[in-house]
Write a protein that binds this ligand. Structure first.
Ligand code: FRU
Length: 477
């Protein structure tokens, strides 16, 4: 009998797949098959390693493997053989998300093994000497739980720790904490954090790290109700800020807030770069999203690596990885202030495919209270596409998209921004993604976009007044 995996390979090489221009150049995406969460981020023997939830058999979620790529600089990625495939009784129904540590010079993964038709989740370990071939060592934290997954491990003060996403008996999200002297024998250390009834029935992919003297807990709750402009996606990635030391409780000082405000960002993971920066990569996707690229045999991509810092007020600041600047080839610099007349739309450039667009506005120079940066044909309203819409009436920046040809109905996501002074936008476009960084770290919005070739013109439009663009630069990356 033909096994499903071979069948899929046969199909994809036998038929011509559509060329859409959606495959990214400087983001990680599967060459074929399906991708969700980033896993096991680590720097090991001169390479950054990124793994991901991977279904090699089809461009949709299925039997989870760990896909794998490495890079010397986080910019150019070499795809490597599958790192983990279901093979043991404990992971026969899937190798779910997890993390990586360096254990006695060995690259060591801790991940969730799924069995019994997805109802049993245990934590398992695999190691690699060369960072390419992995040997499984089996279950290290057992049990019979059906919602007990996504271990994130670290070393601190002479001990290993791991946080695991879990659920309380009355179905609220929870993070469980374990410790170990050797990474193999783990002792429960109780509950690190628990959802109040408004914060979801299950917390996936927890992450716990110190930043600027505080402790940050990132969780991905399932089941939060949307509230006004907040929590608009099916599930969210968000964070708490507090304090913690080994042996103590996590004392929350700032409650749950979203980490990214776009349509497609989930299950992020952080790691420490060799120079001490806290870097984060997320899945540019959401379970309700369409993934029309699957007609070309692949689905899903990861975000740009981002640098995380914490402001004095306890807000996470998110900036694009600074190394990205080395990819820049200048395409356009507007040396003097560019004035957009009321009601006017100015087409700036065509064929924006793999680019960075940076704009600064001194808002006291602009009388318009509603202006937009669009990636469309001639008009977002008429032709669809994507736009970053700045609305000074409600002090919010919106990321809106509309691709009716791919069943993506018009919808927006937004974030509150103080729009009385200066506004800077740093927008990264890579085939089928748009990541909008607002005010140098203040907020980020990430969405997948699906422009056909004619929907790649970059325009600026102004309503009810004029807009002065004080700095405009475009680079191809
Ligand atoms: C989050 C998640 C994880 C799980 C993985 C399965 O997106 O549901 O909790 O480990 O995806 O692919």
């Amino acid at each position: 009998m033909l096994r499903p995996v071979l069948y899929a390979v046969f199909i994809s090489s036998a038929i011509a797949l559509p060329e859409t221009g959606w495959y990214p150049k400087y983001h990680i995406a599967p060459q074929h098959g399906w991708m969700n969460d980033p896993n096991g981020l680590i720097y090991f023997q001169g390479f950054y390693h990124v793994f991901w939830q991977y279904n090699p058999a089809a461009p949709q979620w299925g039997l989870m493997h760990w896909g794998h790529a490495r890079s010397p600089d986080l910019l150019t990625w070499e795809h490597l053989p599958i790192a983990l495939a279901p093979s043991l009784p404990g992971d026969i129904d899937g190798a779910f998300s997890g993390s990586a540590v360096l254990l006695n010079e060995t690259l060591t993964l801790i991940y969730t093994g799924v069995s019994e038709n997805g109802t049993r989740q245990v934590q398992m370990v695999a190691t690699s000497q060369d960072g390419v071939a992995f040997e499984k060592l089996g279950v290290v934290i057992g049990g019979n739980e059906s919602n007990f997954r996504d271990p994130k491990a670290w070393w601190q003060d002479g001990s290993w720790y791991v946080v695991i996403g879990a659920q309380t008996a009355d179905e609220r999200g929870q993070v469980s904490l374990y410790s170990s002297p050797d990474f193999f024998n783990w002792t429960p250390q109780g509950v690190l954090a628990q959802a109040d009834p408004s914060l979801g029935y299950m917390w996936e992919c927890p992450d716990f790290f110190s930043l600027e003297g505080k402790q940050v807990l990132v969780v991905n709750p399932q089941g939060i109700q949307s509230k006004g402009e907040d929590f608009q996606n099916l599930f969210q990635t968000g964070y708490f800020v507090g304090s913690w030391a080994p042996g103590g409780n996590f004392a929350v000082e700032r409650g749950f807030r979203e980490l990214d405000h776009g349509h497609d960002f989930y299950a992020s993971q952080t790691f420490e770069a060799p120079d001490g920066r806290r870097l984060e990569i997320g899945w540019l996707g959401m379970w309700e999203s369409q993934f029309p690229e699957n007609a070309s045999g692949w689905a899903g991509m990861l975000s740009l690596p981002r640098e995380l810092t914490l402001s004095d007020q306890g807000d996470l600041e998110v900036r694009p990885l600074r190394e990205i600047q080395s990819l820049r080839t200048e395409r356009l610099e507007v040396p003097q202030t560019l004035h957009i007349a009321p009601g006017g739309g100015v087409a700036i450039l065509q064929n924006i495919s793999h680019s960075e667009v940076a704009l600064d506005f001194k808002l006291h120079n602009s009388s318009s209270n509603s202006f937009a940066i669009q990636l469309t044909k001639e008009s977002f309203e008429r032709d669809g596409g994507a736009q970053v819409h700045v609305d000074r009436n409600c002090s919010r920046v919106f990321l809106e998209r509309h691709y009716p040809a791919y069943n993506i109905t018009r919808s927006s996501r937004s974030v509150a921004v103080n729009l009385t002074g200066n506004l800077s936008l740093d927008i990264f476009i890579d085939g089928s993604s748009m990541e909008v960084f607002v005010n140098d770290g203040q907020a980020v919005m990430s969405s997948r976009i699906y422009p056909d070739a004619e929907l790649r013109t970059f325009l600026i439009t102004a309503q009810n007044g004029s807009v002065a663009v004080d700095r405009l630069k475009v680079w191809d990356l």
